[in-house]
Design a protein. Structure first.
Length: 316
């Protein structure tokens, strides 16, 4: 079955690789903006295959992030759910105020009709699966509470779904068109069952996730407040600081780093907007809770690979 698309930066001059990659991400995934951490050259490979209505992509690249802004989400005419399942590396999925750190052996899901950000902080080899949203809505699932979450992959039906997604991608070249369509239908059903199981969980794990959702919601509401701190959050949510730290114990992201990263992302978003060019970098940083310009510049460069002024210029 010949339904594949192969793209690689290998044959391009170094100066053309980054813009080529950004163009591929924009075209293949419905208008995504791509950021390569200030890399002067970029290496990436994309292999796209189709199983009926399901699109599977093997993506290999050095560290990068992709962003779907609210404007891009509103302008899109494609309604898909998207899964990221790492073979190597880590993916950080952020949507609807939720965050999921996904490593090999797990998968997370998000909705392309809403804004989201995916960060790949290291060399990545991921399987990306796109499924028609309507097909899963027709099966009675309330999808919104399940988006921006790690579904699983280590056991149960979510592990069966993960192995089926990987095996389907690997075997598609040997399948007939009819068999590929059948495989796509199988994947839709396995994802539906996995989400159905996730929706029905009432365990200590889901309670911990609920607390994380409350913490992140509080952070989003008070992100501009310089006084936002772990102590302030504990007081506002009427729990101990230890309880807050424990809520993030299963993630590589600490609560303090989550606050810092969300503030940096807000500054990055405003530095990309030409309408805000009259505002100085310091004004933008201080409006998002930073109180020291030198510290902001240092952590911004650590996060993006560029100084704030270079980032603003490059985004143009």
């Amino acid at each position: 079955m010949d339904t594949t698309l192969l793209l690689s930066t290998d044959d391009l001059p170094p100066s053309e690789r980054t813009p080529a990659w950004q163009g591929w991400m924009h075209q293949l995934f419905g208008g995504l903006q791509s950021d390569v951490y200030g890399a002067s050259s970029f290496e990436g490979h994309v292999h796209v295959a189709r199983a009926g209505e399901v699109v599977l992509t093997r993506l290999e690249a050095q560290r990068h992030r992709v962003l779907r802004s609210p404007q891009l989400a509103r302008a899109s005419d494609s309604a898909c759910l998207k899964i990221v399942a790492p073979w190597l590396g880590t993916a950080v999925v952020e949507q609807m105020g939720r965050q999921a750190w996904v490593r090999p052996g797990a998968w997370a899901i998000y909705d392309t009709t809403g804004s989201y950000e995916i960060t790949n902080p290291e060399q990545a080899l991921h399987l990306i699966v796109m499924l028609p949203k309507q097909r899963l809505q027709e099966r009675g699932l309330h999808l919104s509470p399940l988006m921006g979450r790690q579904v699983g992959g280590s056991h149960g039906i979510s592990r069966v779904a993960l192995e089926a997604m990987r095996n389907t991608f690997q075997e598609l070249p040997t399948m007939s068109a009819e068999a590929a369509c059948g495989a796509g239908e199988m994947l839709l059903e396995l994802v539906r069952l996995s989400l159905q199981e996730l929706a029905g969980q009432h365990t200590a794990t889901s309670q911990q996730q609920a607390l994380k959702d409350r913490i992140r919601a509080h952070v989003e509401q008070h992100l501009r407040d310089p006084a936002l701190s772990i102590e302030q959050i504990a007081q506002a949510l009427n729990c101990s600081k230890r309880h807050l730290h424990n809520a993030f114990a299963d993630e590589a992201d600490t609560l303090a780093h989550h606050i810092l990263r969300r503030r940096l992302q807000a500054c990055m978003r405003e530095l990309r907007q030409p309408a805000l060019d009259q505002r100085t970098i310091t004004e933008i940083a201080f409006s998002w809770g930073f109180s020291n310009g030198a510290y902001f510049s240092r952590v911004f460069r650590d996060h993006t690979g560029l100084s704030p002024s270079d980032y603003r210029h490059a985004s143009r």
